[in-house]
Design a protein around this ligand. Sequence first.
Ligand code: UT7
Length: 352
Amino acid sequence: MPKAGILGTGSHLPDRVLTNFDLEKMVDTTDEWIRVRTGIRERRIASPEEASSDLAYHAARRALEAAKVAPEDLELIIVATITPDSAFPSTANILQDRLGAKRAAAFDLAAACSGFLYAVAAAAQFIEAGAYRHVLVVGAETLSKIVDWEDRSTCVLFGDGAGAVVMGPVEQGGLHAFALGSDGSGGCLLELPAGGSRRPASHETVDQRLHYLKMNGREVFKFAVRIMNEASEAVLAKTGLDKGALDFLVPHQANLRIIESARERLGLPPEKVVVNLDRYGNMSTASIPVALDEAVRAGKIKAGDRVLLVGFGAGLTWGAAIVEWSYTHQAIVAEPPSATRSAEGARTEGVR
Ligand code: UT7
């Protein structure tokens, strides 16, 4: 049976930067509160015209270039997102058309911030069963569109972005194991109450601001600290590896204190943990693939490195995977990734 691995990575961030100082002018908050409680300094915000599929498209193109795979060679596209362009058609369908991936099946996957890990695990099943050779997995979000910009307890946390990987059979390395889980009893801790079949959009739901994300931050925090540890232990147990065998941790980027707790329990030094939430905030499904792409392109994560990916999110859901990296990235395209472009010219006074 072939092993599924990652053949190339890509990411894309919108140009507009919203700093903590910008937020001070919008809600009753301070740069210090946000930095100390979360580790976030700034985040990217999509323009009114930009949808998740637009960010996904650019991330996907970069991943395909890195993997040297043509869109026509894709057989499946999975987009993990909680901010699809619309309920249907799926964002994966929109992406499939725009990429010209004419042979690819396509679907969206909803597992909130754990969505990218669920999608990687799903893609691996198709590849290892021999059903598909090239699968594109994308995490893409425009969370700025569902955040209540009058609610200081949530609006300071989230950002927009997309990350992508091309997966296929590999001879070296690959996905060693994954561990996924869910606890639907905690669904009310983080939700978008209206706009679905339970509470369809109405004047009343709009007046009550029910189309915006609601979160019990304190409870999600406690769950996150516990589950990051349990999911990491579970996936390590599946591989039989000791935590000392890990080269990198790429965690979901929700809060630096949650990441620090995971790092300490794994006994990893700070330089082995990939962190980008200071620049991008929490991008839900996009956080892990964007962090991965930046670390791979920077030459940090190289062939042979064992990488632990671990995340949690609404649902409640969680997931962890251990991937042995199959290649060392060679710069292919001349221009720098949008993620590393100078943001100075793009700073914004507000999002509305
Ligand atoms: O992707 C998964 C989704 N989300 C998460 O993982 C989030 C997990 N939770 C967290 O990261 C943290 O719980 C938060 C960062 C959301 C909040 O940090 P906290 O240390 O748990 O703060 P808290 O909710 O206990 O609030 C402390 C105080 C409250 O005031 P009082 O009641 O003590 O007077 C809040 O009203 O901070 C206040 N507060 C703020 N103050 C300034 C809440 N938000 C803000 C704000 N600026 N933006």
